[in-house]
Design a protein. Structure first.
Length: 268
């Protein structure tokens, strides 16, 4: 990517927490090739850096988490010159979205501050926890544009809220209000917009109270175990848990409990 190109996202790490912000508020944080590429780079860093224990993803502004694919960009693709097409193709070849990271090792929280539609909802579906403002709306409206929610939305939504509710929303393109999303189990918490940051901070703080390797082992076992019948899931060895078993933190937890003090996690 050209260094002179304006960044379409922000990324910062403070106290073991990576914060990723889609930063196209005028376009409702819609996904174009450049933004998809930047997000891929950010998640590469989250996965690579052992000092990052949890990630929070959100959209800039208060209107949208992400309104999905940038359809205006798609419309312009027909008139693009060869150089521009080659640029976009190169970005696509270097992009691996969170949606396709089927077993991402670290917990990811979606801070949904408005519309999460199409590819935006698909991004949130790939997260582990969703905290939403009460004005947020969710939906997969692709059929209304002659498209389908092909970035795993048609697969993840039925698995997360059940077949009949999911089909009702997917076949009509209807939006789901935040309270309804909570009732269906899609969202972990709904709060007034002014309390959204506080609510997310509470989730982050609770995760950080846990040993990071234990969190990763729990996530891997839960997510990979879903691919197997229960007995097979139970007896399957998981690499993240083997790493936890060999870690200093696996000794620190019981020691801190016995000494009646807070544990000092190192992630090692």
């Amino acid at each position: 990517m050209n260094a002179a190109t304006q960044s379409m996202s922000t990324f910062e790490v403070v106290d073991h927490v990576a914060r990723i912000t889609l930063n196209r508020p005028k376009a409702m944080n819609a996904l174009n090739p450049e933004l998809r590429w930047e997000l891929s780079q950010h998640f590469d860093e989250v996965e690579r850096d052992d000092d990052i224990w949890v990630a929070v993803v959100t959209g800039a502004g208060d209107r949208a988490f992400c309104a999905g694919a940038d359809l205006k960009h798609r419309a312009r693709e027909r008139d693009a010159d060869d150089a521009q097409r080659a640029h976009w193709a190169k970005l696509a070849s270097e992009t691996k979205s969170l949606i396709e990271r089927w077993h991402f090792p670290k917990p990811v929280i979606a801070r949904v501050n408005g519309f999460a539609l199409g590819g935006g909802l698909e991004q949130a579906l790939a997260c582990d926890i969703i905290v939403a403002a009460d004005h947020a709306e969710f939906g997969l409206p692709e059929p209304r544009r002659g498209l389908i929610a092909g970035s795993a939305g048609v697969h993840r939504l039925p698995r997360q809220i059940g077949l009949k509710p999911a089909m009702g929303y997917m076949l009509t393109g209807r939006h789901m209000q935040a309270d309804r999303a909570y009732q269906l189990g899609l969202v972990n918490q709904v709060v007034p917009a002014v309390k959204l940051d506080d609510a997310v901070a509470e989730w982050v703080a609770d995760i950080l109270r846990c040993a990071p390797l234990a969190v990763r082992a729990t996530k891997e076992a839960a997510m990979r175990g879903l691919d197997h019948p229960l007995p097979q899931a139970y007896y399957t060895p998981y690499e993240a848990n083997r790493r936890r078993e060999r870690s200093e933190d696996s000794q620190e937890g019981p020691r801190a409990f016995a000494e009646k003090r807070p544990p000092r996690w190192t992630g090692r």
